[in-house]
Design a protein around this ligand. Sequence first.
Ligand SMILES: [Zn+2]
Length: 433
Amino acid sequence: MLVTDGVITRVEPGLGTDGQVLNAAGMYVMPGAVDVHVHSRDPGFPEKEDFASLTEAAAAGGVTVVLDMPNTVPAVDSAGVLEAKAALAHSKARVDFGLWGLMRSSTTPDELEEMAAAGAVGFKAYLAYSFSLSRKQVLYAPGSEDPDLEPPADYGTLARLAPVVAHLGLPLAIHAEDPTVLAAFRRPLLTYQDLLESRPPEAEAVALSAAAAVAREAGAHLHVAHLSSALGLQAAEDAMAIGTTLTLETCPQFLLLSADDFDRVGPAMKMLPPIRTAADRAALVDGLQRGVISMVSTDHAPHTDEEKARPLEEAPSGSPGVQTLYLSCLQLAKDMGDVWLAPRWVSESPARLAGLENSKGAVAPGYDADIVVVDPRRKTRVAAHEMRSRQRHSAIEGKEFDFAIAQVYLRGEPVGQGSKAQGRMVRPALVVR
Ligand SMILES: [Zn+2]
């Protein structure tokens, strides 16, 4: 392989030994991962994470592009906030990054168009989450009558704005939980079973089906974040069968763990939607193997170690994961009989979602030299205290993978521990229809 100015120019044997030469004999040379779902917490919650620690963890794990969700503080609901966040991220990012824009119930078509022009990779609607007008923050506050809280984006919001998103040629991502289903099942969270019953799979399936109907009518591309249930998968397949443009991501925690693990792991595995039953896990693995679920993202969502040590009811939801994405997927792919499925899930399909299919997601001439060298002769045991994220806990602590990340390159430059802020903002090629 020949790399010139950060771009792959030729991929063939016998290219000589001019310049810097890397010997990857016995290794897999794979494209860097594009994690379409991370929470940098920056700006807003520097005690949890920031762009430097997030992207250092990403680089160490072979993730060379992260797409950051808009629920930082202030939330990314306008072009001005997006541009300010882009400048902040650029000053710290060790790998490339893209930014999602927020779709609030009050968002206007102009605001979407301005965010698209500023480089948003797409828009995210949190169907069960309110918006604090004073704090500029996305909040889960079911049943609250606080006048400071703007109601969540609902199916009406989607119906009103999906045609605009379709026109911009960007994906419309949803947090698929229907708030009325959640309201019907609210309860104190004394046990993990309470958590499961308070966020039933019906909430995911209902939200997904309704949003899919709206997106299909508008000709918009619907992207479902963190798919967690067999019922949600069935709803998605039904929508795809009648022609909805719909992509699904699921996460390593849903593919590697089930509710049975809670007694061992504890609140470190509290996340929303929750890690569900062994049957849900099996359905998601099967959906991934069949290609219906085309990508794996992390929903990397750090909270402080102290916060995650609280009892189940008070512990916040979410857990770090960006550093173990590639290894988790390599193991799942190996167990399915083809390690090369992993770069399809974490690199090729996500790059297409982000509108980066001409520069990221493949080891081929013309693509950025974002490269992960994987050693299949070395094992890795997940030890959260050795991770690069600011938070040193993991829901998959102790898991062993039959691979190690040997080296990671961003546009031809090595990245990882101690690397500098060399990440750039990625922007989808805008196709206004
Ligand atoms: Zn998330």
